[in-house]
Design a protein around this ligand. Sequence first.
Ligand SMILES: NC(=O)c1ccc[n+]([C@@H]2O[C@H](COP(=O)([O-])OP(=O)(O)OC[C@H]3O[C@@H](n4cnc5c(N)ncnc54)[C@H](O)[C@@H]3O)[C@@H](O)[C@H]2O)c1
Length: 389
Amino acid sequence: MKTLHVGLIGAGFMAKAHSLAYDGMPMCFWPAPAMPHKKVIADLSQERADTAAMQFRFDKGTANWQDIIRDPEIDIVDICTPNDAHAEIAIAAAEAGKHIICEKPISRTLNEAKKMYEAVKKAGVVNMLCFNYRMTPAVQLAKKYLAEGSIGDILDFRGTYLQDWSADPASPLSWRFQKAICGSGAFGDIATHVVDMLRFLLGDFAEINARMATYIKERPVQSGSIDKLGTVKGGDGPRGKVEVDDQCCLCVKTASGAFGTIEATRNAWGRNNYITFEIHGTQGSLYFNYERRDELQVCFASDPGDRRGFRTVYTGPAHPYGEALWPIPALGIGYTETKIVELHKFFDAVVNKKPVSPDFEDGYNIELIGEAAFKSAESGRWEKVGTIG
Ligand SMILES: NC(=O)c1ccc[n+]([C@@H]2O[C@H](COP(=O)([O-])OP(=O)(O)OC[C@H]3O[C@@H](n4cnc5c(N)ncnc54)[C@H](O)[C@@H]3O)[C@@H](O)[C@H]2O)c1
């Protein structure tokens, strides 16, 4: 069996999720398209990189991500840094002929996304963007219902991503609140996941009318580069300005004529990772909540009136990717499983030389949606979503 050698850059939260997936992918998807070999992990200091190499089981650490680009043995560059480094690393990796798996959002700006998209297109390397929530079997099942026309023509929809880890103003000013590093706040960090799921399910977005807000304007400055995601309080140290949105609401018209809303906020006390969508068609409805990710709720208008209502389908081996995961429905799909499915799709694409979705083109399209949303928040009007090319 072929081996693909991996260099991972940015040894924080996502490095842990990706490392678990490299180990778990061949165990679930056997025979694997290729065996992953975790060769080098990079972070800003040698000490952090060496510790991460031990923790996440890479052969070695480096404080210089260019070592990974220069290493002729490396097949795959895995980008898990904050958003400010995505473009520089991805473009260098593409120019070196490496296949790339990159965390979302693609970049800080539309211009960076364009350059990344052009670089991978020119180099002809496989590229994947990590919108892993759509890899949840229940989301794939929703796609199947929609493709089969089970709920008829789509009329309207709503999507949410609500969180509270930073609802406390004492939670620190990490890179996620600094525009020069993250590019945008609630939109780029969380809304983009729902945008990706709804684009995947319903197709391209045509027009946006959006509102953005920043309620918590200052936070205690965080020391260290890893975002602790609200697990520690910032204390009484110096405070810094929050430069990005912490709430965004989008009204969306899709190219197919459906109308819906997408809401993302960091201020939703009691909501932890509340990623939901509800889709209404002429013949029924679908509802998904990631906090109950083994379940898809479905309602069909054709059911007799006295028994019509949402029913719950628990995903298991009969459902997309389910056979590779666990042999019993409702056993409990976790975040890691979404990363395992994602990695399997990526390895399959690299080995079999085929495109994979979501890719940098999807990422660029989502940046175009972001551009329309921020423009609308300024103008107060509906704005058309731009197209690539
Ligand atoms: N798909 C998802 O569900 C999901 C979830 C969380 C984060 N993310 C994305 O993953 C990326 C990383 O987020 P995270 O939560 O893992 O961040 P993190 O703060 O936990 O870790 C980032 C790490 O990157 C290192 N780093 C920063 N710049 C670097 C550079 N130039 N070279 C090498 N290392 C560098 C930092 O020192 C830190 O160790 C972001 O783009 C984020 O949006 C995606």
